[in-house]
Design a binder for this molecule. Structure first.
Ligand code: G6Q
Length: 548
């Protein structure tokens, strides 16, 4: 395995810099030809990536291939799947963990790449299957002998975003009579709104926390337990836990059933572990959840391809690096033309920004090139009526990844003015990509579109459990590839710790105030004196007070 190198030390870096001086002009006459569309299409595992609207030509693609080869991205990905300790910094204290979310999907293989992790994944799945069978056969019921109809999923961050995004994406395939609800925010109104109108007697509560110590999740669990008690129901007959083995939540006596996830699976990569499995298989059935895993497995394997023109995740990663590091774009809009993917961009926002929002290399040095972009987005066509103004005519160029499907999930559609709604949806997607690329000359500056705004279109036949699994793993691999090429650790999240620490200190003082502790320093409640309470920022506050 080659030694880790910073992006700008890879030989292809200088070449790409040169090429970036004159990127492909998408606005030139004939720039978007049928031949170009055919050449810049990559088909893999049921998906098509159309990238003719990116500012690339043969020379750029060849240089990006060199960049991928020189960084060893595919080899590192394979090593990661085999159990390498990919979550670490050299020479500094770090998490020092394997990164094995892919092992959750390697369960179909006779020769899994990391057998120990796959054995654990299979054990958990077997336990889950047994639990689901007991629910289906009414062996496990509520106090009145009735079937459970609802599941309340409590978790936050990686224990909420991905699972919730997939549930919403696949709600069309729900088992009859099954519904799922989510509480994540510590805002008490989140829980209150969800609990309102829920028949607790027929509700399972799935508490998901890998660490078992997350403030929001533990608070919400207690809040919901109290609601069950008020309703005269025994929480131990309703509450299920998904947590790390040995965590403070690993206390099977408190739960109807406990499932495990392992420290080699990061929160934002955990959808296909028990973190998503319990809720998704309750809602969709075990077989449908296995299809999610199969779709994900297809991309885990597809991502091993070395030719970037035949590897969608790697190609998408490299196009992102081209736009970010060579064309100077700061953000990335992910715009699914699918209402079902309404929270998928939020999941990718976490997966990408928490993974690649880093300023130090794997050797602990400050990076001297941009890393992860700002990721954002909303489903089209809704977004067209909101923020597309900026992406077409704003002063900043926002590369876009469009996602679309040839068929709708429900298949309920009708001809209105000669076209179906789904045709209207797809026509808009393609039109936006084209408009961003070619722009429009106009004498009136207000109606002028500069064009040369890059986008890709990711297309599949229909959003099913299988394609959803594929889409999830495709993006996970893309993010991991980018981290490898940027020489950063995509698997830790130190950046979220400081705020948590300060909040804990402030909470101690809130507690002190409630107890009437005169030393808490919070008599003035929410003013500057409150911030003064947090020892860590005393100095800044003092400086500010002096200036005032
Ligand atoms: C994800 C992050 C973070 C985590 C949440 C919830 O990669 O680590 O979003 O998932 O903080 O953590 P717990 O599952 O431990 O409650």
């Amino acid at each position: 395995m080659a030694v880790w190198q910073d992006l700008h030390h890879l030989p292809a870096y200088g070449l790409l810099q040169q090429l970036a001086l004159r990127p492909y002009d998408l606005t030139a006459p004939g720039a978007i030809s049928e031949a170009r569309l055919a050449t810049y299409t990559c088909r893999q595992a049921g998906f098509e990536l159309l990238y003719a609207m990116q500012r690339v030509d043969e020379a750029v693609i060849a240089a990006l291939q060199q960049l991928a080869d020189q960084s060893g991205a595919v080899e590192r990905f394979l090593e990661m799947k085999k159990g390498a300790v990919a979550n670490r910094l050299d020479g500094y204290e770090s998490e020092n963990r394997q990164v094995l979310h892919t092992a959750c999907r390697d369960i179909f293989s006779d020769q899994p790449l990391c057998p120990a992790a796959t054995v654990q994944a299979r054990e958990q799945l077997a336990k889950l299957q047994e639990f689901l069978a007991e629910l289906d056969s009414a062996q496990l019921t509520n106090e009145q002998g009735e079937l459970f109809t609802d599941l309340l999923h409590i978790g936050i961050g990686g224990s909420d975003l991905g699972p919730r995004a997939l549930y919403l994406a696949l709600a069309a395939y729900r088992l009859p009579g099954r519904r799922v609800h989510f509480i994540s925010n510590v805002d008490p109104d989140d829980a209150a709104a969800v609990l309102e109108g829920l028949d607790l007697s027929r509700t399972l509560v799935n508490v998901v926390s890998k660490s078992g110590i997350t403030l929001e999740t533990l608070t919400n669990e207690e809040l919901v337990r109290a609601a069950f008690q008020r309703a005269g129901l025994d929480p131990a007959r309703h509450f299920v836990a998904v947590t790390g083995q040995g965590s403070p939540m690993d206390n099977p006596a408190r739960y109807l059933r406990s499932f495990y996830m392992f420290d080699y699976i990061g929160g934002r990569y955990s959808v296909t572990s028990m973190v998503g499995a319990v809720m998704l298989s309750f809602a969709l059935g075990y077989d449908a959840f296995r299809q999610v895993l199969q779709g994900a497995q297809a991309f885990d394997v597809a991502a091993e391809e070395r030719d970037i023109r035949r590897n969608i995740p790697l190609l998408l990663a490299l196009l992102g690096i081209w736009n970010r590091n060579f064309l100077g774009c700061d953000s990335l809009a992910i715009l699914p033309y699918s209402q079902a993917l309404v929270r998928f961009t939020a999941h990718l926002q976490q997966c990408d920004m928490e993974s690649n929002g880093k300023s130090i290399t794997r050797q602990g040095a400050t990076v001297s090139y941009p890393t992860g972009p700002i990721v954002w987005g909303e489903p089209g066509t809704n977004g067209q009526h909101a923020f597309y103004q900026l992406i077409h005519q704003g002063t900043t160029v926002v590369p876009v990844e469009f996602i679309g499907f040839r068929r709708s999930q429900f298949g309920e559609d009708m001809l209105i003015q000669g076209t179906t709604s789904h045709e209207k949806l797809l026509a808009n997607l393609l039109a936006q990509s084209l408009a961003l690329a070619v722009g429009r000359p106009h004498d009136n500056p207000n109606r002028f579109f500069a064009g040369n705004r890059p986008s890709s279109v990711l297309l599949a036949d229909c959003l099913t459990p299988y394609t959803m699994g594929g889409l999830l793993a495709l993006y996970e691999a893309k993010i991991v590839f980018q981290g490898f090429i940027w020489n950063i650790n995509s698997f830790d999240q130190e950046g979220v710790q400081l705020g948590k620490l300060l909040a804990t200190r402030l909470l101690q003082h809130f507690g002190g105030l409630r107890l009437g502790d005169a030393n808490s320093g919070l008599q003035d409640s929410l003013g500057w004196s409150l911030l003064k309470a947090a020892g860590l920022i005393d100095i800044k506050i003092a400086n500010k007070a002096e200036q005032e």
